[in-house]
Design a protein around this ligand. Structure first.
Ligand code: RFL
Ligand code: PHB
Length: 403
């Protein structure tokens, strides 16, 4: 057994774990990350594309913003199209100047990984049998296997940044946590292609055939999504079938301009709302997808992960720098307030823009339900105050108000 010691053990080298590690390192706080898969596998995941200002500021604070600032695109707004009718949500005007940055999660992760290896900070990739111990004691520890060698990592705190399927949340006794969950009756089929995007801004489309999203990574790289039944498999969707269906769901003028091409990646993600309360247990803190999941419609998952990181970082800084070790007890209470705001907004955006009728899950008579939805869409899209509600929540709460 190889013995290791650090101050904060981080489980998971996704964006949450890497960002926390980078911020702590800049304060002289030591971390070791333990990750289940290889760096190549982590970078093969195509996920988020929209970053709120709070996220961008945090990446700057971590000293890793250089490429994001030169390659990321500032988006002043986005569009919502309902049955082909396009409405522009002017984020900048409606929020008093706030915008979002379009820059892929894969790129952020790559930037953070490179910064970590340049600073010679330790990450154990391809680790198995990861287990957390002594969470209620003064000195918790983590055991894992890496390259055939068993390791024991002693630490002061453990940050569980290991995503929804990770080990951290499962280590908290079931009697000490409550989980809230809603699974939606459809998924998102995503396709990435080296083709010029159909629009300068994102277009969220509600159509009779179901939801679609036209997103992008750059002037030459597009990311599109289609609402699909949960029973569909990626193999059921050829590139051609994807493009045909997308054209039918996009507004006609956009469909005409759509440039198609071979897919670089295609995957299906289920849609889920999930929260684990509390987000801490003794010396373990759950961060990001390990503690909560939102459906991707509001572009909130990664941003919420970053706000957890910001909170935990500030509390750990206070504990190590000022000796205020008691303050870490407030982590869950502070984080959950923001989590529930994002959960509610993401659920609401998803409910408004997806086709539930196709799934026959409405408990209301579907005719009256569709009138209610039409009226709700009219209010939120055709009135200034409705648009402002969407814009302010989409742009995200400023991080200054977190603690
Ligand atoms: P991750 O990214 O899942 O990383 C967790 C890491 O932990 C590792 N791991 C373990 N390591 C050690 N031991 C174990 N037992 C382990 N088990 C797992 C995993 O291998 C992995 O490397 O969680 P993290 O860091 O909290 O980051 C969260 C974000 O990835 C997620 O919230 C976003 O991608 C959600 N999301 C979006 N968020 C946004 O803010 N804006 C968006 O536009 C947006 N679009 C999306 C999305 C998520 C999507 N999918 C695929 C669910 C679009 C999609 C399609
Ligand atoms: C993406 O580009 O992957 C993306 C953008 C906005 C969302 C979800 C995903 O709401």
């Amino acid at each position: 057994m190889k013995s290791l010691v650090t101050q904060v053990a981080i489980i998971g080298a996704g964006p949450s774990g890497l960002l926390l590690g980078q911020l702590l390192a800049r304060q002289g706080i030591e971390t070791i990350i333990v990750e289940r898969v290889s760096p190549e596998y982590v970078l093969g995941r195509i996920r988020a594309g929209i970053l709120e200002q709070g996220f961008v500021d945090l990446v700057r604070e971590a000293g890793v913003a250089q490429r994001m600032e030169s390659e990321g695109e500032v988006h002043d707004g986005f569009e919502i199209a309902v049955d082909g009718q396009r409405t522009h949500i002017d984020l900048k005007r409606l929020t008093g100047g706030r915008t979002v940055l379009c820059y892929g999660q894969t790129e952020i992760t790559r930037d953070l990984m490179e910064a970590r290896s340049e600073s010679q900070l330790v990450t154990y990739y391809e680790s198995s049998a990861v287990e957390l111990h002594g969470l209620q004691s003064e000195k918790p520890w983590v055991t894992f296997k890496c390259r055939g060698v068993s390791h024991r990592l002693d630490c002061d705190y453990i940050a569980g940044c290991d995503g929804f399927h990770g080990v951290s949340r499962q280590t908290i006794p079931a009697s000490a946590r409550k989980e809230y969950e809603k699974i939606y009756p459809f998924g998102w089929l995503g396709l990435l292609s080296e083709t010029p995007p159909v629009s300068e801004e994102l277009v969220y489309c509600k159509s009779e055939r179901g939801f679609a999203l036209a997103s992008r990574r750059s002037r030459t790289r597009s990311r599109y999504y289609l609402q699909v039944p949960l029973t569909d498999k990626v193999e059921d969707w050829s590139d051609e079938a994807f493009w045909d269906e997308l054209k039918r769901r996009l507004p006609a003028d956009a469909a005409e301009q759509l440039v198609t091409g071979p897919s670089l990646e295609k995957s299906i993600a289920p849609l889920r709302s999930f929260v684990c309360e509390p987000m801490q247990y003794g010396k373990l803190f759950l961060v990001g997808d390990a503690a909560h999941i939102v459906p991707p419609t509001g572009a909130k998952g990664l941003n919420l992960a970053a706000s957890d990181v910001a909170i935990l970082f500030q509390l750990l800084k206070r504990a190590y720098r000022d000796g205020d070790v008691a303050c870490v007890a407030r982590y869950s209470e502070i984080a959950l307030r923001r989590v529930w705001h994002a959960e509610r907004f993401s659920w609401w955006m998803s409910s408004l823009l997806h086709d539930f009728d196709a799934c026959q899950v409405n408990d209301m008579d579907s005719e009256i339900a569709s009138r209610f939805t039409a009226s709700e869409l009219d209010y939120y899209l055709n009135h200034e105050e409705g648009q402002a509600v969407i814009a302010n929540q989409y742009a995200g709460l400023p991080h200054e108000s977190i603690i």
